[in-house]
Design a protein around this ligand. Structure first.
Ligand code: EPU
Length: 467
């Protein structure tokens, strides 16, 4: 299993490139099952989760080609298989995104229940309720969801739950409704940019979807979905993580491509900590809405408080990384997570680096400290890993961050990106475990990747309020 050795104290500076969005790419890839294809995608991030989903799609009759770096062509070779196997689904919860498309196009879907998760309880009751409202016959049998419907029928579907709407649930119902007979209205739909990106791609395939980005999505069902070409939106969570890397190390980065409209809440919180963010380049015709930002760290990190909420609120997926930053703030900050109220596994590990965090239910109080110091820490989930890496970048001395496979699930070679900005991150293995994924143009195989440090900075200047 790979781990990172991080020598803290390098201020990160220079240009940083943001990859395509994981959480947009996954449901978009799954949506090929609802179409006759092919689906040609660009800006697909090279991640373990993407490769896991490709493995699952392969068992469902989808052939993948890699024409160039971060490009993917998906061809539907057969529409017969309808079983998403436990061994493939358990690797990644987003596998549930195949349920709606499979059912809508093939009339039958048998998808393993995804099982437990480190960030809290993650039921799929809203997915099942939505598909049932579209006329599917649904039962849970031997750990699998079995859903059947000769043809789904449009209906009114309410997707609000105790913690807000559901992102992948909205993706599932929207994709299924695109092929249903008649009109579907999804109320309390998720407004996340990743849902909008999927809707845009489905419309490219021939779907008739309106109201994307609002809580009311209207879908006029069509007989079939065809070929599409689509560019995946930039990953707003990766962008925010890189911005925090600059903030926590006292650096300055030029980051692109970013969609400012996707980062309003994060930008607000970072500016409250004292970070300066300015737009450098304007959008181009080939990438509308995407710009470059220059982000400059504050001299002293000001404390602030926030609540993670569904979009357009601060994303739960950046809660842990912002908490890492606030560990070094000059005062007390309060962080609440209303999407995943138990998503605080990182707090105890941050404490190993010297952070002072107390937790009360869905809320954590962070007492800023003068400095963090290097330690052995272990990541429990994807975003917790990112938070630990960020804290280690600012800590004095060496940190070891274990279980980096979590990070590789959702960040395209974060160590390389950080090292190009001057960080000192070395990837090493306890034994040769799984390697970070690598886009292999021309085939589906993935070559080994030694993953050593790409480039590093010189200065040793651990982030502290006195520096
Ligand atoms: N919920 C229900 N019933 C459901 C579905 C969800 O009660 O049927 C609850 C969940 O327990 C949670 C809340 O609703 O409290 C929101 O869950 P949601 O369904 O929106 O989460 P998801 O679709 O499973 C996606 C992202 C997550 C991200 C959440 C929230 C993907 C592949 N995953 O998950 O991303 O945290 O939305 O924004 O899009 C990550 O990237 O690290 C990650 C975990």
């Amino acid at each position: 299993m790979d781990k990172f050795l991080i020598e803290g104290g390098q201020p990160l500076t220079g240009p940083a490139e943001v990859s395509g969005s994981k959480n947009a790419a996954l449901p978009i890839m799954a949506a090929v099952l609802a179409s006759d294809g092919p689906l040609e995608l660009t800006a697909v991030p090279d991640l373990d989760d993407v490769h896991s989903l490709l493995g699952l799609l392969g068992t469902l009759g989808v052939h993948a080609e890699f024409p160039a770096e971060n490009q993917l062509k998906l061809v539907v070779e057969t529409t017969r298989p309808h079983v998403a196997d436990y061994d493939l689904v358990r690797r990644m919860r987003a596998s549930i995104c195949v349920l709606g498309p499979l059912l809508a196009r093939r009339g039958r879907a048998c998808v393993s229940l995804p099982g437990g998760c480190n960030i809290g309880h993650r039921p799929i009751d809203l997915h099942l309720k939505g598909l049932a409202a579209l006329g599917a016959d649904i039962r849970v049998q031997q750990g699998y969801v079995v859903a059947e419907a000769e043809r789904l029928r449009g209906n009114s579907v309410f997707l609000g739950g105790p913690f807000g709407s559901t992102v992948t649930g909205t993706c599932n119902i929207m994709t299924a409704a695109a092929l249903a007979e008649g009109r579907t209205v999804i109320e309390a739909a998720a407004c996340e940019p990743e849902v909008v990106d999927l809707g845009d791609c489905l419309n490219q395939m021939g779907a008739r979807i309106q109201g994307l980005g609002t809580p009311r999505i209207e879908i006029e069902g069509v007989e079939r979905l065809g070929a599409a070409r689509h560019r995946v939106i930039p990953d707003r969570i990766e962008a925010a993580t890189l911005l925090i890397a600059a903030a926590i190390t006292g650096g300055q980065i030029d980051i692109s491509p970013v969609r400012p409209d996707h980062l309003v809440a994060v930008c607000e919180i970072l500016e409250q900590t004292g970070m300066r963010i300015e737009q450098l380049a304007t959008e181009t015709v080939s990438a509308p809405g995407q710009v470059t930002w220059r982000a400059t760290a504050p001299d002293v990190i000001a404390p602030t408080s926030f609540t993670a909420l569904p979009y357009p609120g601060v994303p739960t997926d950046i809660q842990a990384q912002l908490m890492a930053l606030l560990c070094l703030a000059d005062g007390i900050s309060v962080v609440t997570d209303k999407v995943f109220p138990d998503r605080f596994l990182h707090a105890a590990e941050l404490a190993r680096l010297g952070a002072r965090i107390t937790r009360d239910g869905p809320t954590a109080m962070i007492h800023g400290v003068e400095r963090l110091s290097g330690a052995n820490v272990m990541a429990g989930d994807l975003r917790a890993s990112a938070a630990l890496v960020l804290a280690a970048l600012a800590a004095s001395g060496t940190s070891t961050v274990r279980r980096i496979y979590h990070l590789d699930r959702g960040y395209q070679r974060l160590d390389g990106k950080l090292n190009r900005l001057g960080a000192d991150v070395i990837r090493t293995g306890d034994s040769r475990g799984p390697s970070p994924p690598h886009w292999d143009t021309g085939t589906t195989a993935r070559p080994d990747h030694s993953g050593h440090r790409v480039a590093g900075g010189q200065g040793k200047n651990p982030r502290s309020r006195s520096s």
